[in-house]
Design a protein around this ligand. Sequence first.
Ligand code: HAM
Length: 412
Amino acid sequence: MKLIKAVRGTKDIFGEESQKYDFIIKTAQDFFSRYGYTSIKTPIFEETELFKRGVGEGTDIVEKEMYSFVDRGDREITLRPEGTAPVVRCYLENKIYTKEEVSRFFYFGSMFRYERPQAGRQREFNQIGVEVLGESSPTLDAEIISMGYNFLKKLGLKDLEVRINSVGDRETRTRYRSRLVDFLMPIKEELCDDCKIRIEKNPLRVLDCKNENCKEKTKDAPVIIDSLSDEERKHYETVKKYLSLFDIDFKEDARLVRGLDYYSSTVYEIVTNKLGAQGTVLGGGRYDNLLKQLGDKDIPAFGFAAGVERIMMLLEEYPKVGTDIYIAWLGEETKDTAFKIANGLRLEGKSVIIEYENRSLKSHMKKADKINVKYVLILGEDELQKGKILLKNFTDRTQEEISVVEIYDRFI
Ligand code: HAM
């Protein structure tokens, strides 16, 4: 019989990997809540139109990476390729702007993109993201950048680099776009096939082409920073000032444009040199026009998302989930008391492992060793008659006989 395998580009997470996953999510929840973020859960699928309008028709995501289908009710549906557009949809639909001035959301979950799978790149992957809606201050930009960076540092990640840029608003980009196209057109034939198309569709993307020849040929291309308005420049300078105030080292990267259309003003990425081509661990920026585009509202916003699988690849240490107590019962007469003790300890917050079938002492000890337990309680028939139980400390290997009623005093 043919064994059914996970679909190409998807991965199961279990065992040690799931301990890493849980640790990352828990750290994010704890850390982001210090800044006032609360969690938000949006559906895994949305109307396709949301991403076309939100992420942008000319982007790789919308053009060739979406998992789109028509459902049984003839609706055009897409598995979410990212979390920002869904959060904005939820915010507008529920008129959250009428309830609070600034909203701070945190989310995690699966995203779907039909990309070529390789290490650090999957078709179903997990993101942790944050979105702040209703605040235009550049101080917020710097605060979020530093929050994301400090979150990764808290997880113990090393050798991270923060890269920032400003891509200006739509007017700035239109102005810059024509300057860039003027530069690119004369050298069009010398660029890779993808870039030839990009010049027509999305010339800014030529700047982050990975092809060495394209990089060389475009190294003197005009940069967007030079096209910023005075106000945009001031915003960018303030972001840099506050990044320094928050002790964040950063590198200005005039070519950083990001792959989603909704950005305006500040954009940034946190990269590592340890993951080869998939070195971007976290990316985000300001998207002040997205709410206008999706709901005709002038509400500024900023956010980021980090790839959980990429963080997992970089994570060196994480707390191993251990078991507090293993209960070894010997002989059918002891079983009921042993299970009563196990239940009681679990209700008091201890983790307890207990077997369902009678075993020899040797087999119990082997099992307890394997699961890395701290204490073993051994209940034999003789002990039970005396109302006693043997407590074995598995760290220093000492043991003592205690009375059954004493157990709770010892552990709780
Ligand atoms: P993004 O840059 O498309 O931004 O994705 C953010 C992060 O998700 C990437 O830096 C990477 O770590 C991870 N990632 C992306 N694609 C894959 C993949 N195929 N396999 C594994 N990991 C991947 C966004 O999604 C924006 N929504 C971020 C944002 C939030 N901007 C503002 N708010």
